[in-house]
Every structure is written in structure tokens, then in C-alpha cells.
Design a protein around this ligand. Structure first.
Ligand SMILES: [Zn+2]
Length: 340
């Protein structure tokens, strides 16, 4: 008997997709065809009725994971006007659909914790933090990089962190002082602003998990920006403040968003990034894109993306996103065949 290695690998692979919209009869029906191990949807779209419908229709033991967006959203801009980030050079902080939010805002941080508490009351398997970072629009070939946040609140908190005043008459003076004299401290302050948010969520999840049976324990994941250390002048820490070393001690699983076309990369970049994230030392479930953004993805290339994202050392692949995949029958059938 010939054992085909590729086949074995695929059987062990975790198969997942993301509902961008609220799951309905149509999308759940299509999801059912894919033999999935897990599904993701925004926590806003996962009420108890939807969760129950997913459990009734998808395969037994399906994992249902809620995505919780933290530091982004037009709704937060409208609700708390002082969340709008202040950029060092006065650059416009919003871009297209993206509205980044200042991570030091107590109202926003509290809202994240309240959302997580409410989700822990529901029949879910995982909570994945999204937009858990400083504002910047990275999903394009030349990222729209923002040097944030220099709002009065952030400057006050940073001054407390340092134990020294941030002197200067203008914002420009203060930015220059920070950049010149407190470069390392500023990066530490920013990364801790993000890491501490994850730590608080971890605590809520640990408290929950201590009191439930094993099959009701909730996993904590997060959506990682696919930047290597060396890129954008150490931008992963300096700009967006995702400290993979610190975060790896707090989360159970990493989900790097390996949207190669959006990032203007070749499909082989997915393989490179899966290997890169292996060094973080945590299980990873990467996402790949279905949409023709920034350019068309041919079916063969899409198949390669599945192969690269789902192969070891990755634990599987999450196809982002289901409703778009449904519009592309050839790609849908590719995933169906691949996930068999
Ligand atoms: Zn701020």
C-alpha cells in the first residue's frame, strides 16, 4: 500500500473559515459542505440563536470562535471622540474602511473586557482578539504607516511611566524629545499598552476555565500582523506594538493574517511566514485571503496558498472569508476538495 504523505497531512490539518457577515441559512449550508473543524465570526454576529444553529447544522464538535475587534471601529470614534489617534506628523488617522483607535482609552479597554465577559457566558470555544495593536493600515502593498499615539492622555500616561515630564511647547517638540531621548521606553510603553490588554483578557478566560469541564474551556487566540522583525524598521514593535515574545506567554494560538495579494507578495511568502511564526513557539492557524485584492488570485495560486498555509509547522488554515468564497465556485470547490 502506498501512503501518500500529502493526504495524511491534510487529514490532520485543522480546517476553518470565517463568516464575515452574520451566518444565515445560505452561508451555514455552504459551510456544511466544507467539513470544517472550526468557524470564526465577529462576536457581534454570534448571538445564542446563531451559535445554536451552527451547532445543529455543522459537524459534531465544531469549534465556534468569536472575533473581537479591540482598537478599531467607526462606532468607537462616534461613541468616544477622544479615541481618535494623534499622529506625529498630523497624518489623517482613518483610511478607507479603517478607523484605528487610541489603545490607552479606558472606555475602549473596558468595552473589550465587557465583550469578553459576555462571550464567556455563551457556548463558544475560542475568543480571538483582532485589531489588538496601534493604528496603521497594513493591508496594502505599501502599508499606510502611522506614528501614533501622541494624544494628551497617551503623553500623560507615558510621562507617568517614565516618572519624568515630557517637556515642549508643541506636539513637534514632544515627538522629537521622545524620539531622541526615550526611543526604547516609548516602544516598551506602546507594547505594554497592547500586551496588558491581552493579559486582562487572559485573566477573564482563566477565571472562566478554572470552573468548567475540559470541553467547555475557552481558547484565546489573536490575529497577528504578518511583519517580520526586520520589516518597516522593526515596525512590528515600534509601529503596531505587537510584541510576539510577550504575547506568546498569554495566548494559546497565533493567527497570522497571510493575505499575500493584499500585501503585494508572491504566494511563496505564505510558506516563508508560516516558518517565521514557528519561531514564536506557539501553535498557529494562519488565514489566507479569497478576495481579488490587490489583484486576481488564480485558482492554481489559491490552491498553493492553501498548501503553504496548511502545511507543517502550521496546524491548519482558515479561509478568509466564506461569503466571498461562495461567490467564486471554482475556489469554493477547491477548498471543498482540499478539506475532504
Ligand atoms: Zn492616545
Amino acid at each position: 500500500m502506498v501512503i501518500r504523505f500529502g493526504r495524511l497531512k491534510k487529514n490532520n490539518m485543522h480546517k476553518s473559515t470565517f463568516f464575515l457577515m452574520k451566518p444565515d441559512g445560505n452561508s451555514i449550508g455552504k459551510a456544511k459542505e466544507l467539513n470544517l473543524d472550526s468557524v470564526f465570526a465577529s462576536h457581534k454576529n454570534l448571538d445564542e440563536i446563531v451559535i445554536k444553529t451552527l451547532r445543529e447544522n455543522l459537524k459534531s464538535g465544531i469549534e465556534i470562535n468569536a472575533e473581537v475587534g479591540v482598537f478599531a471601529g467607526k462606532d468607537l470614534w462616534d461613541k468616544f471622540p477622544d479615541v481618535i489617534p494623534v499622529e506625529a506628523g498630523g497624518k489623517e488617522p482613518a483610511r478607507g474602511w479603517y478607523y484605528g483607535v487610541c489603545p490607552s482609552h479606558e472606555g475602549v479597554r473596558n468595552e473589550c473586557l465587557q465583550n469578553v465577559k459576555a462571550l464567556l457566558e455563551r457556548d463558544l470555544n475560542g475568543i480571538w482578539l483582532d485589531f489588538i495593536r496601534y493604528p496603521t493600515k497594513w493591508e496594502e502593498p505599501e502599508p499606510y504607516i502611522l506614528d501614533v499615539c501622541y494624544c494628551d492622555r497617551c503623553l500623560k500616561k507615558f510621562s507617568e511611566y517614565l516618572g519624568e515630564p515630557i517637556e515642549g511647547n508643541t506636539l513637534e517638540d514632544k515627538v522629537l524629545l521622545i524620539d531622541g531621548s526615550y526611543y526604547i521606553e516609548w516602544i516598551e510603553f506602546k507594547t505594554e499598552m497592547i500586551t496588558s490588554m491581552v493579559r486582562e483578557v487572559r485573566k477573564l478566560i482563566d477565571d472562566h476555565n478554572r470552573n468548567v469541564q475540559n470541553d467547555k474551556k475557552v481558547k484565546l487566540g489573536f490575529f497577528a500582523i504578518p511583519w517580520q522583525d526586520k520589516e518597516h524598521s522593526a515596525g512590528i514593535k515600534r509601529i503596531v506594538a505587537q510584541d510576539f515574545g510577550a504575547l506568546s506567554t498569554l495566548v494559546d494560538i497565533y493567527s497570522p493574517m497571510l493575505y499575500h495579494k493584499m500585501c503585494g507578495k508572491e504566494v511563496s511568502w505564505i510558506k516563508e511566514m508560516v516558518n517565521y511564526f514557528w519561531e514564536v513557539g506557539k501553535p498557529q492557524l494562519p488565514l489566507i485571503q479569497t478576495e481579488p485584492r490587490e489583484s486576481e488570485i488564480k485558482v492554481d495560486e489559491f490552491k498553493q496558498a492553501l498548501d503553504f498555509a496548511g502545511a507543517s509547522p502550521s496546524t491548519g488554515v482558515c479561509v478568509f472569508f466564506l461569503e466571498d468564497l461562495m461567490k467564486q465556485p471554482e475556489k469554493f470547490d477547491t477548498v471543498k476538495e482540499y478539506f475532504k
